[in-house]
Design a protein around this ligand. Structure first.
Ligand SMILES: CC(C)(COP(=O)(O)OP(=O)(O)OC[C@H]1O[C@@H](n2cnc3c(N)ncnc32)[C@H](O)[C@@H]1OP(=O)(O)O)[C@@H](O)C(=O)NCCC(=O)NCCS
Length: 145
């Protein structure tokens, strides 16, 4: 059974998501989080997904101006990928965004993840660009109503 819930910055649950993000998103690029980067996440929403009590996915939601909520750091544990966890976390985030009065979700999607977001109704805006040394596209979806 999947449980998706908001967790809080600075807790043991948060530290566990940082370790997962390191494994899935940072270490493969030879990068690491600095204490300053993690401290700056205090005002963001942290979402975690558990399967049989084990952390299998997480993401962050950052409030922006004009009803925009930016999704970032979407990570599913390698052994749990392609089993519906990413989709379930994005669905949860859209519901969460509506409940909190946001009208649009945006993200900087890695090129390799673009088909995943297209499949969930997100559209590409603008040209390909580089971030953390790999190609990305900005994507968005209106979630109002
Ligand atoms: C990209 C990622 C978040 C997707 O999560 P996931 O749990 O593996 O994906 P899901 O199982 O929920 O997939 C949902 C649908 O998208 C498809 N999909 C998932 N990843 C895909 C990919 N990389 N390319 C094409 N299709 C993909 C699945 O086949 C599935 O399609 P279906 O509904 O027709 O069966 C996850 O694989 C991941 O963490 N990857 C590594 C880190 C990363 O790239 N993060 C995103 C940064 S922007």
């Amino acid at each position: 059974m999947l449980i998706i819930q908001q967790i809080h910055h600075g807790t043991a649950e948060y530290e566990e998501t940082v370790a997962l993000r390191n494994d899935v998103l940072r270490r493969p690029l030879g990068l690491a989080f600095t204490p300053e980067m993690l401290a700056s996440e205090v005002d963001e929403f942290h979402i975690a997904c558990y399967r049989n009590n084990e952390l299998v996915g997480c993401l962050l939601l950052v409030p922006r101006n004009g009803g925009e909520l930016k999704m970032r750091q979407v990570a599913v544990a390698e052994s749990a990928q392609r089993s519906g966890i990413g989709k379930a976390m994005v669905d949860f985030s859209e519901h969460f965004a509506r409940e909190h009065g946001f009208s649009e979700i945006t993200m900087h999607a890695r090129e390799t993840a673009v088909p995943f977001y297209l499949n969930l109704g997100y559209e590409i805006i603008g040209d390909r660009f580089e971030e953390v040394s790999i190609p990305h596209f900005k994507m968005r979806k209106e979630i109002g109503g």
